[in-house]
Write a protein that binds this ligand. Structure first.
Ligand SMILES: Cc1ncc(C[n+]2csc(CCOP(=O)(O)OP(=O)(O)O)c2C)c(N)n1
Ligand SMILES: [Mg+2]
Length: 141
C-alpha cells in the first residue's frame, strides 16, 4: 500500500518506457507527493487511482464482521489534488471512458492521474481471494 505511485515515478526515471501505476485511493493519498518528484525529473508516468472512497479491503473485512469504522473517506477530488501538484488529470466514472483516458495519458508530457470513481459498496470478497487468504483461512485471520 502506497508503493505504486512512487514505484511508477522511479520506473519512469530509470527507464525510457511509458509506465502505468495502479493504486487505491488510500494508497495514493499516502504517497501522492511523488507526482511532484516526477515533474522535477521531467517524466510522465500514468497513475490510475481506483477511488472507492474507502480503505476498501479493510472495509470489506469489517463488513463481514458487522461494524464499519475508520475506513470511509468523503469523495476526494484527486483531479484537483493532482493538478495542484502540477500534473494533468481526469476523472473517469464509467468503464467505457477508461480507454480514452489511458490514451490521453499515454500522450501526455506531464504525469497524468486518472481518478477512477468506484462504488464502495461493490462486493469485492471474491476478488480478495488469493493464496495468502487461502492460507490464513479466508478474510478472517
Ligand atoms: C503501509 C501499509 N499500511 C497499511 C496496510 C494495510 N492495508 C492493506 S489494504 C489497506 C487498504 C487499502 O486502501 P486503498 O489503497 O484505498 O485500496 P482499496 O482496498 O480500497 O482498493 C490497508 C490499510 C498496508 N498493506 N500497508
Ligand atoms: Mg480504496
Amino acid at each position: 500500500m502506497g508503493w505504486a505511485t512512487p514505484a511508477a515515478v522511479a520506473a519512469a526515471i530509470a527507464t525510457d518506457k511509458k509506465v502505468i501505476g495502479v493504486t487505491g485511493d488510500g494508497g495514493f493519498a499516502m504517497t501522492m507527493t511523488s507526482v511532484e518528484t516526477a515533474i522535477e525529473h521531467s517524466v510522465a508516468p500514468t497513475v490510475v487511482v481506483l477511488n472507492d472512497t474507502s480503505l476498501g479491503m479493510v472495509r470489506q473485512m469489517q463488513h463481514e464482521d458487522g461494524d464499519i469504522a475508520g475506513v470511509e473517506f468523503h469523495d476526494t477530488d484527486f483531479v484537483t489534488v493532482a493538478e495542484g501538484l502540477g500534473a494533468e488529470a481526469t476523472r473517469v466514472v464509467t468503464p467505457d471512458a477508461l480507454a480514452d483516458a489511458l490514451e490521453t495519458a499515454a500522450d501526455a508530457t506531464l504525469p497524468f492521474v486518472i481518478d477512477v470513481r468506484i462504488d464502495r459498496d461493490e462486493e469485492m470478497a471474491d476478488s480478495l481471494q488469493s493464496s495468502f487468504y487461502a492460507e490464513v483461512g479466508g478474510l478472517h485471520e
